[in-house]
Design a protein around this ligand. Structure first.
Ligand SMILES: Nc1ncnc2c1ncn2[C@@H]1O[C@H](COP(=O)(O)OP(=O)(O)O)[C@@H](O)[C@H]1O
Ligand code: SF4
Ligand SMILES: [Mg+2]
Length: 330
């Protein structure tokens, strides 16, 4: 088994939320916790999936991993080096190593700039290339993503959705990043184009020896793309492990509800809108109000149980029993 290249421990991200307090003289600041003690690792060459419904914190995680947001707490280690989010060097280390591709290629591409210039934006400033070296790099990146050279002088508005996402990808890979965070990279595309982009991503991973953190709300995309997966629910990882194992034997009640319902969320659908379920709770288990298996212990924060092939955050497994009361293998 490959060693982890990225280790994330207890990552917590919160935003200031302005609330009008009753009988207060003005606005008071409150904190909204969007990611709560997230831990996972990424190994060389693997695709690690993060699946969750809208609002679960996926984009916040993606943006934190490339240094856009600063976590409140965390221990992040990249190729054995601890990342200090409070220091410039820490952010630079993240940006040198991890690239991001956003869901919406339209919003992330400047409509007034040619494709050539957009792709070349991804060349790190410290490379200081001559014009013809730069042109060679841009052509190579375009070739890698199957974008015809004739498109380099076009503007984003002249491209199809799939071509725009190829341009975003070319801009990211030209910087020689070792890890790509793909935040719903195919969600805004037609189904037929989605498959082309997914297959392109599989090929790029092999050709460039890179690793992916693949974020999506779509269970089918997870099945197709990911070696391991973490199930995110309102800022918490409720279960993670081998993809096949989780689809065949989901252990957390939320994961089994998802798999049983075979939901392919649209990017704006919540589980609660397609399945009768309650609101997430702040006290005890976050899934308590929707869980058919809840019992007295669930009023307390559940422990994260490592069962060998993965982890599950649920009281049912605290004595290593499965949800039918059978002893679980380690
Ligand atoms: N910059 C921000 N400031 C305040 N709240 C935010 C910010 N970004 C995201 N949020 C909130 O965090 C939660 C998770 O959002 P997001 O990470 O975009 O989820 P997802 O990508 O899974 O849909 C949402 O409730 C959203 O409103
Ligand atoms: S901890 Fe309790 S409420 Fe939460 S998922 Fe497990 S059984 Fe259900
Ligand atoms: Mg998102």
């Amino acid at each position: 088994m490959n060693e982890p290249i990225l280790e994330v421990e207890n990552l917590t991200v919160q935003f200031k939320a302005k609330t009008k307090m009753f009988r207060s003289t003005g606005d008071r600041e409150k904190w909204k916790r969007v990611l709560n003690a997230i831990s996972f690792s990424l190994r060389q060459g693997e695709t690690f999936g993060i699946v969750g419904e809208t609002g679960s914190g996926k984009t916040t995680l993606a943006r934190t991993l490339v240094g856009i947001y600063k976590p409140k707490d965390c221990k992040v280690t990249l190729y054995g080096k601890r990342v200090d989010f409070r220091k410039k060097e820490g952010i630079l280390l993240l940006r040198k190593t991890i690239g991001i591709v956003f869901q919406d290629p339209v919003g992330s591409l400047n409509p007034r700039v040619t494709v050539y210039d957009i792709i070349s934006e991804g060349i790190p400033v410290w490379e200081k290339l001559k014009e013809e070296q730069k042109a060679e790099k841009v052509r190579e990146a375009a070739r890698l993503v199957d974008l015809p050279e004739s498109k380099l002088e076009s503007y984003p508005t002249e491209l199809s959705g799939g071509e725009k996402q190829r341009v975003s990808l070319a801009r990211t890979i030209i910087g020689g990043k070792k890890i790509l965070v793909l935040d719903e990279p195919t969600s805004s595309l037609d189904v037929s184009i989605q498959a082309q982009i997914l297959n392109l991503l599989i090929r790029l991973k092999k050709e460039l020896s890179i690793s992916y953190i693949f974020i999506t709300h779509d269970l089918n995309v997870i099945k197709y793309m990911c070696d391991r997966v973490a199930v995110l629910y309102y800022g918490q990882i409720l279960e993670q492990g081998n993809t096949e194992e989780i689809f065949e034997h989901p252990r957390h009640p939320y994961s089994s509800d998802l798999v049983a319902a075979n939901i392919s969320f649209s990017s704006t659908t919540k589980f609660s809108e397609v399945q009768e379920s309650g609101e997430p709770t702040k006290e005890g288990c976050v899934y308590k109000n929707s869980c058919s298996k809840r019992f007295a212990s669930c009023d307390n924060e559940p422990p994260v149980i490592d069962y060998g092939k993965g982890t599950v955050k649920c009281w049912l497994y605290s004595n290593m029993r499965d949800d039918r009361g059978n002893k679980m293998e380690r």
